[in-house]
Design a binder for this molecule. Structure first.
Ligand code: HEM
Length: 344
């Protein structure tokens, strides 16, 4: 998995090298779209293995689906069932995605065994029992839904965290230099990072943890009360949805200290337990039995991307960067992250 992440990242960074060369030694790069397509490429390779080019087509349709769905007005009950133009577009895309995924699956069943996420989903589908009438139909739905889940849950969140991390490292050159020194010391003589090297990148881990504390891509953890609950003096009735605001917990000065709003990765020097009075207040990947299943994958991917960037480039914030975090399904840089990038 690490190898495929390294390979995909190097391909993306080649385009940065070209931009710098064409710009006479430096380039003003808006990193967000690159991080998004890199993350989609990685998840596509990880999910679909050798059929990844088909996976890319599927994911590109899923992105169109996501964009189309975000245009639908919310709050009008029943609107999504009406055969209006936008709904017809959504249904058509859903149908196409469904058959494309099942096409890859049917080729996979005939072909050689591969150890990728799709294989794990297929094995999961074998054991999936549901009480709907057609077991085959529900297994297909299980496969399609899980592929969609991985894409929606895993690609945007990681890409945005990479962009925020780059922004924070650009704004804090001392930390940029410190993490780069660590990376260069671990990846000696231009060696590409492997799993062991990534594990040893403690300072980089601290920087990513601090980025996820200040800019958690998922803003809420949502739960439904399955029964009446009494929480101190508050009664939460069965069926009520509860939204737990992650940034409020993660930037509370009583829990994190007076510098709670500042970028200080040092606070994670002794791990999450050492950083905060209550570790439950650090939940960028959620909490409990529904916690993010992709958190290790995401941390490895972020370390690969950031360590390779740091080992090749120096960067500072572009004068065109305008800080405006925006909550649009995820917490993202409202106007993107623009960096002035030079070769190391
Ligand atoms: C920095 C990157 C990521 C962040 C911040 C993040 C955050 C989250 C959060 C907050 C949840 C909800 C957890 C809860 O309700 O307690 C979640 C769920 C989930 N995430 Fe992630 N995630 C990231 C990357 C990924 C990746 C890379 C994948 C897949 C490879 C992934 C797959 C999932 C799935 C499938 C769920 C649903 C789990 C369930 O409902 O049982 N995530 N994620």
């Amino acid at each position: 998995m690490v190898k495929l992440m390294v390979y995909a990242t190097i391909l993306t960074l080649k385009s940065w090298e070209n931009k710098i060369e064409n710009g006479g030694g430096s380039a003003d790069i808006k990193v967000d779209d690159d991080m998004r397509s890199l993350s989609a490429d990685i998840i596509s390779r990880a999910c679909f293995g050798s059929s990844y080019s088909k996976g890319e087509d599927i994911f590109s349709k899923l992105r169109t689906l996501q964009k189309t769905m975000s245009k639908v007005g919310i709050g009008i009950p029943g609107l999504r069932y009406l055969p209006i133009k936008i709904n017809r577009e959504i249904w058509k895309l859903e149908k196409e995605i469904h058959s494309m995924i099942l096409e890859v699956v049917s080729e996979r069943v005939k072909g050689p065994y591969e150890k990728d996420l799709l294989q794990m989903i297929l094995e999961g589908a074998q054991n999936y029992v549901d009480d709907s009438k057609s077991k085959m139909l529900s297994q297909d739905k299980f496969i399609v839904d899980n592929c969609k889940n991985i894409y929606f849950a895993g690609h945007e969140t990681t890409a945005i965290t990479a962009s925020w991390s780059l922004m924070l490292l650009a704004a804090n050159p001392d930390w940029q230099a410190r993490v780069r020194a660590e990376v260069l010391q671990i990846c000696k003589d231009g060696a590409l990072p492997d799993a062991d090297m990534l594990r040893n990148m403690k300072t980089l881990t601290m920087v990513i943890q601090e980025t996820l504390r200040l800019y958690p891509p998922a803003v809420f953890v949502v739960r439904e009360a399955l029964e009446d609950i009494k929480f101190k003096e508050i009664v939460i009735p069965k069926g009520m949805n509860i939204q737990i605001p992650i940034p409020m917990l993660q930037q509370n000065t009583e829990l994190w200290g007076p510098d709670a709003h500042e970028f200080n990765p040092e606070r994670f020097g002794k791990g999450i337990l050492g950083a905060c009075k209550f570790p439950q207040a650090y939940i960028p990947f959620g909490a409990g039995s529904r916690t993010c299943v992709g958190q290790n994958f995401a941390m490895i991917e972020l370390k690969v991307i950031l360590s390779l960037i740091l080992s090749k480039f120096c960067f500072s914030l572009s004068p065109a960067y305008h800080h405006s975090p925006a909550h649009r399904l995820v917490l993202e840089p409202g106007n993107g992250v623009r960096l002035i990038v030079t070769r190391l």
